[in-house]
Design a binder for this molecule. Structure first.
Ligand SMILES: C[S@@+](CC[C@H](N)C(=O)[O-])C[C@H]1O[C@@H](n2cnc3c(N)ncnc32)[C@H](O)[C@@H]1O
Length: 279
C-alpha cells in the first residue's frame, strides 16, 4: 500500500538501516557510502519503497535481507550516481585521437582495435569515443574496431542504447561532429546519434567487481568517475585488472579527481589523468 500521506518526510532512514544498505551496496558493487550520504540515499530510495508499497526502511531492509538477488538491481539503479557528459574532459579525446593515429601509422595499420568504456552511464562517453575513432581513422583502418560500453546500472544502459539525448547535451560536441554524427532535432527537442556511430558500440551490463567475460586485450580503457566511489583496496585490485586487460602500451583514462598514486606502478603518466601501461 502506498504511504497514506505520500510525503517523503515520513520515510525516515535510521542510522542502523542506512548502514545496512550501505554494507549491502559496498559488498555487491564496491561503492562506499559514508554516513554523510544518508540523506542522499533516503531521497534516492523513497521511490522504490513506494513502488513496493512499503512504509519504512526497516521493512525494506528485511526484504533485502530475505532476497538480496531480487532487489540488487533496484538498489543499484536507484543509488548509483550517473552524471556524465559528451566530451567530458576533452583533453582525453585529443590524446585518444593522437594514439589511434599512432596505431594506424604502424606497418600493417592498426589491426584489431578494442576500446572499453567501463562505467559508461547513459552513453555520452562511449559515443564520444566512437566519434573520435571515426574522425581519426579511415573506414579501412577501423574495419576491426569495436567499443565495449558497460555499466552495472540497467536503467542507464537502456537509455545509452537508445542514443537519444536532449539537443542541449549535444551542444558540447565539436561543430563538425554535430553536423556529421547527429540527426536533426525532433519536435520533443531531442537528437539522435547517427547509426554508424551506434554500430561501433556494444552496450552490456557488467559489475566491475565480478569476473569479466571479455577475451582479448584492450588498446584503450576509459574508467572515469567510477572507482572514485570505491575504497582503496577495491581501486587497487580494479586497476591491476585493467593493467592485465590492456595491451602493453595501452591507454587508461581516469576521472579528473582520480590518480594512480599509491594505487598502481604499472603505468606511465601521459597526460592529465591519462596513463600508458608499461611493457
Ligand atoms: C559518474 S558515472 C561516470 C560516467 C562516465 N564514465 C563519465 O565519467 O562521465 C559512474 C558510473 O559507474 C557505474 N558503476 C558504479 N559502480 C559500478 C560497478 N561496480 N560496476 C560497473 N559500473 C559501476 C554507475 O552505475 C555509473 O553509471
Amino acid at each position: 500500500m502506498a504511504h497514506p500521506h505520500g510525503t517523503d518526510e515520513l520515510y525516515a532512514l535510521g542510522l542502523k538501516e542506512f548502514r545496512f544498505l550501505s554494507a549491502f551496496l559496498s559488498a555487491h558493487t564496491g561503492i562506499v557510502l559514508p554516513d554523510s550520504k544518508r540523506e542522499m540515499v533516503r531521497g534516492r530510495m523513497v521511490k522504490r519503497l513506494r513502488a513496493l508499497g512499503l512504509d519504512d526502511f526497516k521493512d525494506y531492509c528485511a526484504l533485502l535481507d530475505a532476497d538480496p538477488d531480487a532487489e540488487l538491481e533496484h538498489v543499484v539503479n536507484a543509488i548509483t550516481t550517473n552524471i556524465t557528459q559528451f566530451f567530458r574532459e576533452p583533453h582525453h579525446f585529443t590524446l585518444l585521437a593522437a594514439d589511434l593515429k599512432r596505431l594506424a601509422a604502424r606497418p600493417g595499420g592498426p589491426g584489431r582495435l578494442r576500446l572499453w568504456s567501463a562505467g559508461c552511464s547513459t552513453g555520452e562517453e562511449p559515443y564520444s569515443m566512437a566519434m573520435t575513432l571515426m574522425d581519426s581513422l579511415s573506414p579501412a583502418q577501423r574495419r576491426d574496431a569495436l567499443i565495449l560500453a558497460t555499466d552495472i546500472d540497467t536503467s542507464v544502459l537502456e537509455r545509452a542504447a537508445r542514443g537519444r539525448y536532449p539537443a542541449k547535451a549535444a551542444e558540447r560536441l565539436p561543430a563538425g561532429y554535430r553536423r556529421r554524427f547527429i540527426g536533426a532535432e525532433d519536435e520533443d527537442g531531442r537528437i539522435e546519434i547517427a547509426e554508424e556511430v551506434r554500430a561501433a558500440i556494444r552496450f552490456r551490463r557488467l559489475n566491475l567487481l565480478d569476473s569479466w567475460p571479455m577475451k582479448g586485450l584492450f588498446d584503450v580503457i576509459f574508467c572515469r568517475n567510477v572507482a572514485i566511489y570505491f575504497d582503496k583496496p577495491t581501486q587497487r585490485a580494479l586497476v591491476d585488472r585493467y593493467a592485465n586487460s590492456l595491451k602493453p602500451g595501452g591507454l587508461l583514462f581516469l576521472g579528473h579527481a582520480e590518480s594512480l598514486i599509491g594505487v598502481s606502478e604499472r603505468f606511465d603518466v601521459v597526460g592529465k589523468t591519462a596513463y600508458r601501461r608499461l611493457p
